[in-house]
Design a protein around this ligand. Structure first.
Ligand code: SF4
Length: 165
């Protein structure tokens, strides 16, 4: 379940925290931090079965890679519904976890590359570092996460420049 989104354990964060513009992938403008018009109180999508038909292909394609349930678990006991400051922290943490999970997946996938032992060792060290940050539940880990993500990006750039362009 490392990268699988578990929407039933999430507070509808992709439908709330992210911004969308009306276009071919999404049917209306939505600012970051505002719930989508179609998000129900139980965090289900009220047009789920008709999203494609109604012009919400982007929702079908989006994958948080498991960031949603991790951020939701961290804030389960906090008053994010009633306190805008807490909600902003939750949304910020969700964004951080999305970046960590994306990099974690890239480093995991890189295990399949034909690398020498040294590079695989380096990859594993970075993967362990990123995974620990993603699982820590520490929303104050932004600085450490930024450093780890920069190191991992530099590593991937060395492997294949086109991966990070
Ligand atoms: S249309 Fe449904 S899945 Fe897409 S953002 Fe709105 S509530 Fe979420």
């Amino acid at each position: 379940m490392t990268f699988q989104a578990e929407c039933q354990k999430c507070f509808g964060l992709c439908c709330t925290a992210l911004s969308f513009e009306r276009g071919s992938q999404f049917g209306h403008d939505k600012p970051a931090g505002q719930p989508c018009l179609y998000l129900a109180d139980d965090f289900r999508c009220r047009i789920h079965a008709r999203r494609e038909e109604l012009g919400y292909d982007g929702c079908e394609a989006f994958d948080c890679l498991g960031a949603g349930q991790r951020a939701s678990a961290r804030f389960a006991d906090e008053n994010w519904r009633g306190d805008a400051g807490v909600a902003r922290r939750l949304h910020g943490y969700f964004s951080l976890l999305m970046r960590l999970q994306e990099m974690r997946q890239a480093l995991t996938t890189a295990a399949e590359l034909d690398l020498g032992t040294g590079l695989h060792g380096e990859r594993q060290v970075l993967l362990t570092r990123i995974a620990a940050l993603a699982e820590s539940g520490d929303e104050e880990a932004g600085e450490a996460a930024a450093m780890a993500l920069a190191d991992a990006k530099a590593f991937l750039r060395r492997l294949a420049p086109e991966l990070t362009q």
